[in-house]
Design a binder for this molecule. Structure first.
Ligand SMILES: [Zn+2]
Ligand SMILES: [Zn+2]
Ligand SMILES: [Zn+2]
Length: 422
């Protein structure tokens, strides 16, 4: 099993005064040796806006077109919302969008000139990161429409993939019994059965099934590549990948038939996707046990403290609260995971990171884009942690490319993985 070769576009070193803030724009960037980006003399004319509809496009970059169809986007400068086809992009990097050339010029002067070269380089990774094996549309501008086109809008676990059910707290979506219903009524062969893998013995001994990526998994389950289930399975399979491949200590526990205890931080939509986590147990293939302790403020009060068995080898405990406050009451972890950790938007990570530093437990984070990983690294370093598993594309990231309201940078649920204390 090998990692995809991947070189981080840039290792962003932040000035210390920026270390714990979430503003990523007004920083200086130190490029790696020999990789300095050409910076033209500063003038507002050195980057001019381009209208989306005028972008030159290659067939392979079809997904750029989706913005023209007009989802609601936001000008990065004035933060006003507009329809996609009314907006401009930075003509050099195309990564950030503006309502007007006035906003674009002001943003260039105040912030963007420092990161435009970096963003351009990150935009160039798009091809490398796209997963081309799948036969469903892997680019989403308007989630409701995307789900509609697949026949799964407002159904089963997919209800968390758009904002139609955002009024309902996480973990409390009503469920109908039946696996087919939880997978949104997909055809029988389009979702994984809740059943063991037949005939999967190595030299007559059962041991956890090791997977290198989606195509191996789809093969193993005989799923058609037109099935979008990877977008939901990204959470359980990323967790499984971390336990079996990235964390040596938890892997050894499994091989010895022991229990791996995972502290799973900040669950949200996953709380309504429990049927998908059954796959973790099946992939264990008769070896070891996993206890997943999901802890976070989004766990609903009436579910906090409950334990449910998912198959015979996986137990999930739900704990409502802030990790650093609850941790002493939890069974000591073999590994800690925080998926789509969002250091960009969460400012409460500081104390949790201090705890992770003091316990020394292997901890893995995923985040959606390279720039969010750069933020994550900065927060980790500010907490005195060393990155021992460098930022790497996650083979079990969702194949579905998303974007922020004002950014076009390649972004995927669980896009990249990094780790400390590993
Ligand atoms: Zn604007
Ligand atoms: Zn730019
Ligand atoms: Zn919807």
């Amino acid at each position: 099993m090998a990692f995809e070769p991947f070189i981080e576009t840039v290792d962003v070193q932040w000035p210390s005064e920026m270390a714990r803030t979430s503003d990523i724009v007004a920083v200086t960037v130190s490029y790696p040796p020999g990789k300095a980006y050409e910076e033209k003399p500063v003038s507002s004319a050195s980057s001019t806006p381009t209208k989306y509809t005028e972008l030159p496009r290659e067939d392979s970059l079809n997904d750029v077109k989706i913005y023209v169809n007009g989802g609601l986007r936001q000008c990065v400068m004035c933060e006003r919302e507009f329809l996609g086809d009314q907006l401009l992009a930075c003509s050099k990097c195309r990564a950030v969008i503006y309502c007007s050339s006035t906003c674009q010029k002001q943003h260039w002067k105040e912030a963007h000139k420092h990161v435009c070269g970096l963003y351009k380089a990150m935009m160039e990774r798009e091809e490398e990161l796209a997963m081309k094996i799948f036969l469903f549309p892997c680019s989403v501008d308007q989630p409701c429409k995307w789900l509609e086109s697949l026949g799964i809008h407002r159904k089963g676990m997919w209800r968390r993939k758009c904002s139609c059910y955002s009024y309902c707290p996480f973990g409390l979506l009503p469920v109908k019994p039946g696996l087919s219903d939880s997978w949104g009524g997909l055809d029988d062969e389009e979702y994984p059965r809740d059943s063991p893998f037949p005939n999967h013995l190595r030299e007559g001994i059962s041991s956890p099934i090791l997977l290198s990526g989606w195509s191996e998994y789809y093969n193993l389950r005989s799923l058609p590549l037109s099935s979008p289930v990877a977008d939901i399975l990204t959470h359980p399979l990323t967790l499984y990948y971390i336990i079996t491949t990235l964390s040596i200590s938890s892997k050894n526990l499994l091989l010895n038939g022991k229990e791996v205890i995972v502290h799973y931080l900040g669950p949200e939509g996953e709380l309504d996707s429990m049927p998908a986590f059954a796959e973790v147990g099946h992939l264990l293939n008769g070896s070891g046990n996993v206890q997943i302790v999901m802890v976070g403020p989004e766990v609903p009060l009436n579910l906090s403290g409950t334990t449910s068995g998912i198959g015979s080898r996986v137990r999930v405990n739900l704990v409502r609260g802030i990790y650093q406050e609850e941790a002493t009451y939890l069974p000591p972890p073999s590994v800690v995971v925080a998926l789509n950790c969002g250091f960009d938007s969460h400012t409460i990570w500081g104390d949790a990171l201090d705890l992770i530093k003091s316990t020394g437990v292997p901890t893995f984070f995923t985040d959606q884009s390279e720039i969010s990983c750069a933020n994550a690294k900065q927060a980790l370093r500010a907490a005195g942690l060393h990155i021992t598993h460098p930022v790497t594309p996650n083979p079990f990231r969702s194949p579905v490319r998303t974007h922020g309201p004002s950014s076009n940078l390649p972004s995927y649920s669980n896009g990249f993985v990094l780790g400390v204390n590993t």
